[in-house]
Design a protein around this ligand. Structure first.
Ligand code: ADP
Ligand code: MG
Length: 301
């Protein structure tokens, strides 16, 4: 084995860094290294420090240079068996990026803008018209956390266009996705309008099942869709029935209150059917309770 001093001297020569003593002095005064040495003063002596110089040098280079060994990891010194060693830990930025990626994988947005992935409940300002909705969502999350109460009744948020219903539900969706639960957030009018293209298709049945079986389902803007008997009974009706049978949390947003939604469901493209509408409403009332969100139209701002 070569003497440590020789190794360092070679590095010094190769990199034209001046002499060994000067380099050592520079290494041990690098602020993070100096802090480490001072913190572990009681456990260290000259021999340990000299034996550790190659590692300290590695750390020193990593501190000073942009050519990190691995981006997303930061070096850290630690004392192990009488030698100071270097280990690499993921940086906060990397951990946060990973968390974001994991959230993305757990939250499926169907016919909704990607930017909803970014909405955090903590960023939602507590304006008077939304305190009840926010409190109810937080209560839901408290009970839902750590799988404590996975089968809870959801919320039907109703209120005018632009008051922030979709935004609030995006905050909920991201929080549940962060718990590694499968969330589907679906824009009902666009989803229903797109169905005709694969009418009776097997892939449609599979898609309906995926939507119906997820841990948390959010049906956005229900009531704004143009329904046929088929899309009402064989798509929406089937999804809601499955949610009810399995008591899976389901949230809604709508410009219509529940009473108006019933009238909307009664009228399809070529028939009026209050009985079918009432059946659908029973499922929605079972799945969620109505909360009104009010306030200014934020889309104008
Ligand atoms: P709704 O679904 O009730 O029609 P949205 O949730 O789409 O309303 O909100 C309307 C607009 O206001 C959106 O552009 C949204 O990003 C913005 N918005 C809503 N709530 C907030 C909030 N608390 N903070 C910042 N922007 C918000
Ligand atoms: Mg909306």
């Amino acid at each position: 084995m070569q003497a440590i001093g020789d190794v360092i001297n070679k590095i010094v020569k190769k990199r034209k860094l001046g002499n060994f003593k000067e380099l050592k002095a520079e290494i041990v005064t690098e602020p993070k290294i100096a802090a480490f040495l001072s913190k572990h003063k009681g456990e260290l002596n000259d021999k340990i420090i000299n034996n550790s110089l190659p590692n300290l040098y590695e750390f020193y280079v990593q501190q000073r240079q942009a050519n990190k060994i691995m981006t997303g990891y930061a070096p850290e010194l630690f004392l192990s068996n009488d030698v100071i060693a270097v280990r690499y830990r993921p940086t906060a930025a990397k951990l946060s990026a990973e968390r974001k990626e994991s959230n993305k994988q757990h939250l499926r947005l169907i016919d909704l803008p990607e930017r909803l992935h970014e909405v955090q409940l903590s960023q939602v300002d507590v304006a008077p018209g939304r305190t009840e909705a926010l409190a109810a969502i937080k209560r839901f999350l408290d009970l839902y956390q750590n799988g404590r109460k996975p089968h809870q009744r959801g919320i039907y948020l109703t209120g005018d266009f632009g008051v922030g219903k979709t935004y609030l539900l995006a905050g909920l969706a991201n929080q549940v996705a962060a718990m590694n639960q499968e969330v589907v957030f679906l824009h009902v009018p666009t989803f229903i309008a797109g169905l005709t293209s694969h009418f009776q298709d097997n892939s449609l049945q599979a898609e309906i099942k995926r939507v119906a079986d997820c841990d948390l389902l959010i049906l956005d803007d229900i009531g704004a869709e143009s329904l046929s008997q088929w899309s009402r009974d064989d798509v929406l009706g089937v999804i809601l029935q499955a949610r009810m049978d399995n008591i899976l949390p389901t949230f809604f947003s709508s410009n219509l209150d529940l009473e108006k939604l019933e009238a909307h469901f009664a009228e399809t493209k070529n028939a009026i059917d209050p009985v079918k509408a009432a059946r659908l409403m029973q499922r929605i009332r079972f799945l969620a309770r109505e909360i009104v969100v009010s306030g200014p139209n934020r889309r104008k701002i």
